[in-house]
Design a binder for this molecule. Sequence first.
Ligand code: SAH
Length: 273
Amino acid sequence: MTVRGTTSQGKERRVAGGPAPVIVPHGPLSAQLRESAPVALTDLQAEQLARYRDLLLGWNERVNLTAITDPVAVEQVLFLDALRMAPAITEALEHRHGRALQAIDIGTGAGFPGLPLAIVFPNVSFTLLDATNKKVAFLGEVARDLGLTNVTPLHGRAEEIGQDAAYRERFDLAMARAVSSLPALAELALPLLREGGRAFFPKSAEIEAELNEGQRAANVLGGRIASARIVPAGTDEKVTRLVIVDKIAATPNRFPRRAGLPAREPLGRDSGI
Ligand code: SAH
């Protein structure tokens, strides 16, 4: 499904036949978020984020999109977590002059981290992938409402689209938040990346064992963990780690395995795979 070229209807549309959601405006994006985000937001981007916040909260009353129901928490948890990835993405873009880049957010849910990043990086095309159709429908509505032409919601499982020639090895950037362990994420993301592409996985700070397993899995899949740095550095806010995996060689055709296996029988354990 592409949202490119759709026209604004000016009305909230119905979700899966249900009543139209009520969208309550919660005011402009907070100054606190604009100050704590590690990227300068234009007025348009701040307006788009505020509208996205309101759409998310409104739709969440009808469709189960997120456990977060408070406008401040949408900004401080969901938006800030996504925007904290922006410097690493800017760094990746610096090495790629001239070509339009393709990014994929795997298991994006209600659009995290991909949609805030699509707002901040209008020159990067974002495919927002999720296995749940109602979430994908919501993302189409947000993209249309906000006038985002660089967002393509996609319904499917990463295991299947990773074996689909239309998507396999087509992306420069991949990301996933709160979807699975590193070995499973490596198996879902690396087949979708071109050689030279880069994956970003925000994680909690204490992930020693997971990092070791993730590295072993990445070895099998043509990847290498390039870094796992703490973001943000030097503050007392919630500490997270951004794991960056580089695609350094082609992924063997047998990966990703069939739906469910990457999470159930992760590579990189002592299973001999
Ligand atoms: N990334 C979002 C959502 C996390 S919840 C956030 O940070 O808020 C996990 C989401 O991943 C769910 O919406 C689920 O449908 C999706 N998902 C899990 N496994 C998937 C797979 N193999 N392929 C595509 N989507 C998947």
